[in-house]
Every structure is written in C-alpha cells, then in structure tokens.
Design a protein around this ligand. Structure first.
Ligand code: FES
Ligand code: FES
Length: 176
C-alpha cells in the first residue's frame, strides 16, 4: 500500500500527450501534459500572449477565449479538454475587428488587461446584442479601470453604426 497523495501521484506520473486542435484557423499539434492549462498552452506553446491572466481562478474573465464559439476561462480548462476543438483568441481577430476599433475610439480599454477577454466575450454575443445581453454576457469579465460604461458603449456603438449604415443605404430605383 502506498501513502502517496493520489492527486500528486497523477501529476508526477502522467506523461505528455499529443494534442491537436485548431487555433485561429491553424491546425496545431503539440506534446503537452494533459492537465496543462489552455491559457498556458496558448501563451507558452503557441506564443499567443494576447490572452491575459488576471486571477488565474476563473473569477475575472481576463483569459476568455472562444472554444468552438463558446467563451471559456482558459485558466480553468485543462488542455486535454480542447482536443479537436476550434479555439479563437484575440489574435484571431487580426486587429481588424470592429470591436477592437470601438474599444480604442470609445475609451473601452485603459490598462488593457481585461480588454482581450472583454472583446472575446463580446464577439460571442453576436453582431447586435442589446445592452441587457451585453451586461449579462460580460458579467464574468471584471475591469478595475473603466467603470464599465465605456466598455458597454464600445460594444453598443457597433450596433448603432450598423443601424445607421443600413438606414442611409440608397434605395434602388425600380426598373420601369
Ligand atoms: S485569469 Fe482566468 S478568469 Fe481570471
Ligand atoms: S482596462 Fe484595466 S482592467 Fe479593464
């Protein structure tokens, strides 16, 4: 009989596994410990440091990424759970997403630690979320700088600018 702590012995004896997933549209194959956090795999093994670590305990949302389109706290996800999934990080938006521009224009980013997670959580809400949907969808994303108004404004500005573009579209003349 052994007196070893069972959790520790799993951690010590488990070997790296080969893992495959798709990150920002690129197929990735890695040899990693199955319990390594997805956050660390992205930052250390994939060199995608846009995803931030705040609390490391699932409380702040700074590490939010999309796994198969669903926002998750990457600090809580063992990488084995991401096997064969499609992961999207802030880098996957290419710096050209309208939300990224609006966060800059509307003051939604100050120190920037929460910003990648906020934007990924907002992306998951779809193109035209209501203010209430934004409040609920971002409830797990904490910001210590902005007071949230500027963040909500950054997201709602996109909806407003889309609506105004639609309403100013020229009406095609009917063929006579
Ligand atoms: S770092 Fe993941 S929730 Fe805070
Ligand atoms: S901008 Fe600093 S924590 Fe949100």
């Amino acid at each position: 009989m052994t007196t070893e702590d069972p959790v520790e012995s799993v951690g010590l004896s488990a070997k790296s596994i080969e893992m495959q997933f798709t990150v920002n549209g690129t197929r990735v194959r890695l040899a990693v410990h199955p319990l390594k956090r997805l956050l660390d795999v992205l930052r250390e093994d994939c060199a995608l440091t846009g995803t931030k670590e705040g609390c490391g305990e699932g409380e702040c949302g700074a590490c939010t990424v999309l796994v198969d389109g669903v926002p998750v706290n990457a600090c809580l996800v063992p990488c084995a759970h991401a096997e064969s999934t499609r992961v999207t990080t802030i880098e996957g938006l290419g710096g050209r997403h309208p939300l990224q521009r609006m966060f800059v224009e509307q003051g939604g980013a100050q120190c920037g630690i929460c910003t990648p997670g906020m934007i990924m959580a907002a992306v998951a809400l779809g193109p035209s979320p209501s203010l209430q949907e934004i409040r609920v969808g971002l409830a797990g994303n904490l910001c210590r700088c902005t007071g949230y108004s500027a963040i909500y404004r950054s997201i709602t500005s996109i909806t407003k600018s889309r609506r105004s573009r639609r309403s100013t579209k020229p009406i095609k003349a009917k063929a006579s």
